[in-house]
Design a protein around this ligand. Structure first.
Ligand SMILES: Cc1cn([C@H]2C[C@H](O)[C@@H](COP(=O)(O)OP(=O)(O)O[C@H]3O[C@@H](C)C(=O)[C@@H](O)[C@H]3O)O2)c(=O)[nH]c1=O
Length: 188
């Protein structure tokens, strides 16, 4: 299992080993020990999965606030996604900075998005399935967002990103400057 810290600090790209044979492959997609060496003591309580039928589908930017803040361990089971995280920790030297990783089943890679980051993705292929484990339960009252195209963040979305695919909720998400200081460094 290869674990690479990304910038902004806190994000990790995780690539579990695939052991191939004539039948296909075997992969330990999660091991608590190496993960916690980098991410700290984390407990997952919910597994999520979504299918986006069209290539260019944009979901996000989403996060949950306290008392139901969520870390997310994201991977792509089918298709491919441009996965993005934005640092929303108000006291962070990288506040507002984003990072992206292309997740695919072939790469077998994952993005760890800790508490304090917004998360979004754009599908690069039709019928993309994204699966992610989260550290707190879904809580509609704590479910918040940020505009996918806020120029103050300046995410360089792939050409294929199609704003027509946004949910009603995501069309109306606020700008970064309109967010209260929800997160601080060290929040879990
Ligand atoms: C996230 C979530 C949604 N729902 C419900 C609410 C709604 O009726 C329906 C669809 O919800 P959404 O439109 O928020 O789904 P979606 O836009 O896919 O939301 C997801 O986007 C990505 C980027 C994330 O990071 C996730 O944490 C999550 O916020 O599913 C749950 O029941 N449990 C959950 O954990």
């Amino acid at each position: 299992m290869q674990i690479t810290p990304l910038d902004p600090a806190g994000l990790l790209e995780i690539v579990p080993r695939k052991i191939g044979d004539e039948r296909g492959y075997f992969s330990e997609i999660f091991r608590a020990e190496p993960f916690q060496e980098h991410a700290g003591k984390i407990d997952f309580v919910q597994d999520n999965q979504s299918l986006s039928v069209k290539a260019g589908t944009i979901r996000g930017i989403h996060f949950q606030t306290s008392p139901a803040a969520q870390g997310k361990l994201v991977r792509c089971l089918s298709g491919a996604v441009f996965d993005v995280a934005v640092d929303l920790r108000h006291d962070s030297p990288t506040f507002g900075r984003w990072a992206s990783v292309v997740l695919t089943p072939e790469l077998n890679n994952q993005l760890w998005v800790p508490v304090g980051f917004g998360h979004a993705f754009c599908t690069l292929l039709p019928d993309s399935v994204v699966a992610y484990r989260v550290t707190d339960y879904y809580n509609a009252g704590c479910d918040k967002g940020l505009a996918w195209n806020d120029p103050a963040v300046g995410i360089e979305w792939p050409e294929i990103a199609d704003p027509q695919t946004l949910s009603g909720k995501d069309r109306a998400q606020p700008a970064l400057t309109d967010l209260p200081p929800f997160f601080s460094i060290g929040d879990r």
